[in-house]
Design a binder for this molecule. Structure first.
Ligand SMILES: *[C@@H]1O[C@H](CO)[C@@H](O)[C@H](O)[C@H]1NC(C)=O
Ligand SMILES: *[C@@H]1O[C@H](CO)[C@@H](O)[C@H](O)[C@H]1NC(C)=O
Ligand SMILES: *[C@@H]1O[C@H](CO)[C@@H](O)[C@H](O)[C@H]1NC(C)=O
Ligand SMILES: *[C@@H]1O[C@H](CO)[C@@H](O)[C@H](O)[C@H]1NC(C)=O
Length: 233
């Protein structure tokens, strides 16, 4: 009897990875520096219409991956639009679409005012839907931003907006702040200028209970060069 139960459990465990169509193993939580993302991007200097820009790091997204591939567009599960202006504002507080102006209570239902969240859900969120249904995916991501305040982390090394820190000082400050784990930094370099800090990613295991080193194969830290970077105010 025990043998049959054991074999059955083994069979279920073996079949499990085949039945879920996205087997992510970790998550990269990415926050962006609005001034870096908006002002100093050479590809599109006028990309942001949000005014005023937030003066804190805001959420870009939460990206499920496995260790060999960055997962994208895993299912056709549709994005569920927020229906109340209050819900819109609550999500916008930490996860704003900087490319759009702020809507009013009359205009927030327009498609464009949720297109950033729709994009993040369909491209990334669908790849962890087996563990994080949509409402959970958004709320857990917002919780992570409440727990990981990048400005506070950088301030511990006296790295503040309007300075030109070295990549290694930013890297090692975040590394220490997240209990000795490798973060993922991303910079954009305008022609003949210093790389500008745009994003900082922190990686978590699949249950989001443990911070892990961001996998070396997908690190974007090289985009920041090896010297000083701009952290614009
Ligand atoms: C990662 O995902 C890809 C695409 O779904 C899959 O082909 C690959 O086997 C996965 N790797 C691991 C280690 O799960
Ligand atoms: C996922 O969809 C987005 C938006 O349509 C597209 O830009 C991206 O290339 C797709 N990624 C993959 C891996 O198919
Ligand atoms: C970031 O810090 C970690 C830990 O000190 C180190 O292993 C890694 O090489 C550093 N990366 C850069 C680009 O400084
Ligand atoms: C994540 O880490 C915690 C603590 O080490 C562990 O209990 C949990 O099983 C891990 N989750 C996954 C999916 O690896």
């Amino acid at each position: 009897m025990m043998g049959i139960v054991f074999k059955l459990i083994l069979l279920i465990l073996l079949l499990c990875p085949l039945t879920i169509n996205s087997s992510f193993q970790y998550l990269t939580f990415v926050q962006q520096w609005p001034r870096g993302y908006c002002t100093d991007n050479p590809a599109n200097p006028n990309r942001c219409q949000r005014n005023p820009l937030p003066t804190v790091f805001t959420i870009h997204g939460l990206w499920p991956g496995n260790f060999t591939k960055i997962l994208q567009n895993c299912t056709s599960s549709p994005y569920t639009s927020l229906r109340t202006f209050q819900d819109w504002n609550n999500r916008n507080l930490r996860w704003p679409d900087l490319t759009k102006p702020s809507p009013t209570a009359q205009t927030f239902r327009q498609e464009k005012f949720q297109s950033f969240w729709r994009h993040e859900w369909t491209k990334h969120g669908t790849c962890s839907e087996n563990m994080y249904p949509q409402a959970t995916y958004f709320s857990r991501t917002i919780q992570l931003s409440q727990r990981h305040n990048i400005l506070n982390y950088l301030a511990t090394s006296n790295i503040r907006p309007g300075s030109n820190p070295t990549v290694s000082s930013v890297n090692s400050t975040i590394y220490k702040a997240i209990s000795n784990h490798v973060p993922d930094l991303m910079c954009v370099t305008p022609p003949r200028q210093t790389p500008v800090l745009v994003e900082i990613g922190i990686c978590f295991n699949a249950t989001m209970t443990t911070i892990i080193d961001c996998p070396s194969g997908f690190l974007r830290t090289r985009s920041c060069g090896t010297n000083t970077i701009s952290f614009p105010a």
